[in-house]
Design a protein around this ligand. Structure first.
Ligand SMILES: [Zn+2]
Length: 421
């Protein structure tokens, strides 16, 4: 197989404590050397790719994707569009597949994809059909603990966690019962449970019980174990990290101290105002996650699927192109450093998946999953779906990635075009 030399880029490999100008040599799909390799016998005959001025990172890991294409209706995107063609080598589908539909996910999505595709298995029998569009499919009777545990255990190579929701519309319908089942699945499988916070379903028009959005985190944190993940800390929807009063929920820091993790799950509910509040209060996410799907990106909808999604109301046209890398740019515009954001999409994400021994670093001998990004300074305008504008003074864009040594250029049509301020 081909030998490739990525020459002279800024290599950031948090797990190995590397941040500096290095060459990376790739041979037979694996990392053969990191250091000053150009001109040495090891690099003889290698295809040389000049990476000077570029970032050379461990293959990026998107901890929150939706790529059960077609089976989840309009919701699931093409995995390689979000993955290797957006500079991302590993995708974690959040709850698209269930115990009933995981075989299809493996056969039709994970196996044919060029990107590495993993799954957080849905806690519900139906999985994430149309992005959980129909709340009645997600009531407690529609979760089967034993069947889900069996499926997760039998598919440990691709199932790396469990997906659930702690959500106002659901709590108004059924209280905490579904969350209890999800937590039980997490305990029995010893896998992390990834919990969506922030309202997704409308509250029921009749028969619902009154729920204080600020009580949701309180009810859920007690059920969780260290390593479980609280998602969407920066959501503009009620029921998340920011209380109705506008303050950080008093339990967030307690939860983090207890060993719970925080994943951004960017999506289109991402709010710069909420993010600023949470970050100012000293809560820094562990992992990133793009949360792109068919309702928040500009891709053609399959015929006959719903026109819009309750989670995505008020979506402004023009902000519907994004990627894991543009989510990194969002966080940097809020004041986080590149050196803080890179681990979120590499080493921290690998740890969340229990795959630090395989993913998230550029260690010699590892499979050569490598993401190469441009890194420029200037002034760009970013805008969230509340209309809040911020200025990014640093712009990262994916150029290409190597997935097990094979090159893919970043040509996805959903990659945003930076807007100069
Ligand atoms: Zn999502």
């Amino acid at each position: 197989m081909q030998t490739t030399l990525l020459k002279g880029g800024r290599v950031i490999d948090p797990a190995n404590g590397i941040d500096g100008i290095r060459d990376v040599l790739v041979k037979d799909g694996r990392i053969a050397a990191v250091g000053e390799v150009a001109g040495t016998p090891a690099a003889e005959g290698a295809e040389i790719i000049d990476c000077s001025g570029r970032l050379v990172l461990p293959g990026l890991i998107d901890t929150h994707s939706h790529v059960y294409q077609y089976v989840t209706g309009r919701f699931g995107l093409n995995p390689d569009m979000c993955g290797v063609h957006s500079g991302v080598t590993t995708l974690v589908d959040q709850g698209g597949a269930s115990c009933m539909t995981l075989p299809g996910f493996r056969h039709y999505v994970a196996e044919p994809a060029e990107s590495r595709v993993l799954a957080f298995l849905s806690a519900y029998l139906v999985g994430g059909l149309e992005g959980h569009f129909y709340p009645e499919l997600y009531r407690p009777e529609c979760a089967d603990v034993d069947a889900t545990v069996k499926s997760a255990r039998a598919n440990r190579d691709i199932v790396k966690g469990i997906k659930a929701h702690a959500e106002l519309g659901g709590f108004a319908r059924w209280g905490v019962d579904v969350m209890k089942k999800a937590a039980r699945i997490g305990e029995l499988t010893e896998l992390p449970v990834y919990i969506h916070f922030g309202q997704l379903w409308p509250t029921p028009e009749t028969g619902g019980r009154p729920v204080d959005p600020d009580s949701i985190l309180t009810q859920v944190v007690d059920l969780l174990k260290p390593g479980d993940v609280l998602a969407h800390p920066f959501s503009r929807h009620p029921g998340g990290f920011v209380e109705q009063s506008g303050e950080l929920h008093r339990l967030v820091k307690e939860a983090v101290a207890k060993g719970l993790k925080v994943d951004v799950g960017h999506g289109s509910h991402f709010s710069y105002k909420m993010a600023a509040k949470v970050l100012e209060a000293g809560v820094v996410p562990d992992t990133l996650g793009s949360d792109m799907h068919g309702y928040n990106t500009s891709v053609p909808a399959p015929a006959g699927t719903p026109d819009e999604h309750p989670d995505e109301e008020h979506l402004f046209a023009g902000t519907s192109r994004f990627s894991l890398v543009s989510a990194m740019v969002s966080l940097m515009a809020l004041g986080l450093k590149l050196e803080q954001v890179v681990p979120m999409a590499t080493s921290n994400a690998a740890r969340l998946l229990g795959m630090s021994d395989q993913l998230g670093t550029l260690g010699v001998g590892r499979e050569a999953d490598i993401s190469v990004l441009s890194d420029e300074t200037g002034r760009w305008l970013l805008r969230d779906n509340e209309g809040t504008e911020v200025i990014a003074e640093r712009m990262l864009q994916p150029l290409f990635c190597l997935r097990a040594g094979k090159r893919f250029d970043a040509t996805a049509p959903i990659l945003p075009v930076p807007k100069v301020a």
